[in-house]
Design a protein around this ligand. Structure first.
Ligand SMILES: [Zn+2]
Length: 86
């Protein structure tokens, strides 16, 4: 199999399935709103070049601590709108 085929068949589905969205999907409404608020805070700080109140590292740590399997890079992709959600 060529490298291109391998990339298309194995890397793309991984990218398509956004881990951040998977986590958000299983949260209850209040939890999801709270996480969404943190995400929006980080996004708007980034867009206005100010310092966010929260960091992606912190958010990831909190989620992992509460039993969610998500990586900082997945969260970064989602927050930076580089994932499949957009
Ligand atoms: Zn996403």
């Amino acid at each position: 199999m060529s490298d291109l085929l391998k990339a298309l068949e194995h890397e793309l589905p991984e990218l398509r399935k956004c881990k951040a969205r998977e986590v958000l999907r299983v949260l209850d409404e209040a939890e999801r709103a709270a996480v969404q608020r943190v995400i929006e805070n980080i996004r708007s700080a980034k867009e206005s070049n100010s310092t966010p109140e929260f960091s992606v590292a912190w958010l990831t740590k909190v989620l992992i601590k509460h039993g969610f399997q998500v990586s900082e890079s997945s969260m970064k992709r989602h927050i930076g709108r580089m994932c499949s959600c957009e």
